[in-house]
Design a protein around this ligand. Structure first.
Ligand SMILES: C[S@@+](CC[C@H](N)C(=O)[O-])C[C@H]1O[C@@H](n2cnc3c(N)ncnc32)[C@H](O)[C@@H]1O
Length: 248
C-alpha cells in the first residue's frame, strides 16, 4: 500500500514518543504494510524506499521484526541487483552457483537481469529455523528456481567457477569447502559486521585469495541489522565481499 508509506512519512516528522503505545503501534503497523507492499508480487524496493523506512524511528523496530518473521536477511534493492548483475556479467563466469539461497530471490532477480545462475538451499525445514522461536511456525517461502541441495552436494554437482552466498548461517564457515573446490575462481559473500552471519573466519583474508569489497553494491544494499535516524542517516553493517583465487 503506497498509502502506508505516505502515512509513515508524515509520522517520521513527529518526535518519537516512547511512552505512547498508540503511536508505536501505528508506526509498526504502517511499516509492516509498507514493507509488504514494496515486496508484493516479487517486486524489489528501491534503496531510497528502504532507507526511508530504516531511518524512521517509528518504523525501525517493526522493520527488524518483519525481517525476522519473513526470514529476510539482505533486503535486496533494485540498485544493488542492477550493480551486482553488471559486475557478474563483466566477469564472464560460466557457471554461477548460489548456495544457502533461502527463498531464492537473489538468484531470481539476477536471472531477470540476464545472469545465468543456479540457486540451491537445504530446504524449507532448514530455512524455517533462522528466526526467533515465536516465528518458527510461520511458513517459509521458497521460490521455484531453488533446487533443494546441501551446499557441499551443490558444489559437487555444478562445479561452479563462481559462488554466491548471502548470510551464511551463524557460526558456520563454508569457505573452507569453497577454497578447496577445484575450478572455483571467485566467491562473493554477503554478510554483516556485527557477527550475525557465518563464523568470523569466513570473512578474513586467506593466503591464495584476494578479498575486495564490492563497494558499488554495498552502497545500495540494506541488511536486516541496519539502522539509522533521520538526522544522521543510515548505518549500514552489510557487506558484499568478493574473494578471488590468486594465480599461483
Ligand atoms: C540465514 S539463511 C540465509 C538465506 C538466504 N541466503 C538469504 O540471504 O535470504 C541461511 C540459509 O542456509 C540454508 N542452509 C543451512 N544449512 C545448509 C546446508 N548445509 N546446505 C545448504 N543450505 C543450508 C538454510 O536453509 C537457509 O536458507
Amino acid at each position: 500500500m503506497r498509502e502506508a508509506a505516505a502515512k509513515l512519512r508524515i509520522l517520521r516528522r513527529q518526535p518519537f514518543n516512547f511512552l505512547s503505545r498508540a503511536q508505536s503501534g501505528r508506526g509498526a503497523d504502517l511499516a509492516r504494510r509498507a514493507l509488504d507492499h514494496l515486496h508484493a508480487g516479487r517486486a524489489l524496493p528501491s534503496f531510497a524506499d528502504l532507507e526511508e523506512i530504516v531511518t524512521n524511528p517509528h518504523a525501525i523496530v517493526a522493520f527488524h521484526d518483519w525481517c525476522q518473521r519473513e526470514r529476510r536477511f539482505a533486503i535486496w534493492t533494485i540498485e544493488a541487483l542492477d550493480r551486482l548483475a553488471e559486475y557478474l556479467r563483466g566477469r564472464r563466469f560460466r557457471r554461477i552457483l548460489e548456495i544457502g539461497s533461502g527463498r531464492g530471490d537473489l538468484a531470481w532477480h539476477l536471472a531477470t537481469r540476464g545472469v545465468q545462475i543456479v540457486a540451491t538451499d537445504a530446504g524449507p525445514e532448514a530455512l524455517r529455523g533462522f528466526t526467533l522461536p515465536e516465528y518458527r511456525a510461520v511458513p517459509v517461502e521458497i521460490w521455484e528456481n531453488v533446487s533443494r541441495l546441501d551446499y557441499r552436494a551443490a558444489l559437487g554437482a555444478y562445479h561452479p567457477d563462481c559462488v554466491l552466498c548471502a548470510w551464511m548461517p551463524p557460526h558456520d564457515d563454508w569457505t573452507v569447502d569453497l577454497r578447496a573446490q577445484a575450478g572455483l575462481e571467485e566467491f562473493v559473500l554477503f554478510w554483516e559486521l556485527r557477527g550475525t552471519t557465518g563464523g568470523q573466519s569466513a570473512f578474513r583474508s586467506q593466503v591464495g585469495w584476494r578479498a575486495r569489497d564490492l563497494v558499488d553494491v554495498e552502497e545500495v544494499l540494506i541488511g536486516r541489522t541496519d539502522e539509522g535516524i533521520p538526522s544522521t542517516g543510515l548505518i549500514q553493517y552489510t557487506r558484499a565481499t568478493a574473494f578471488s583465487r590468486v594465480e599461483s
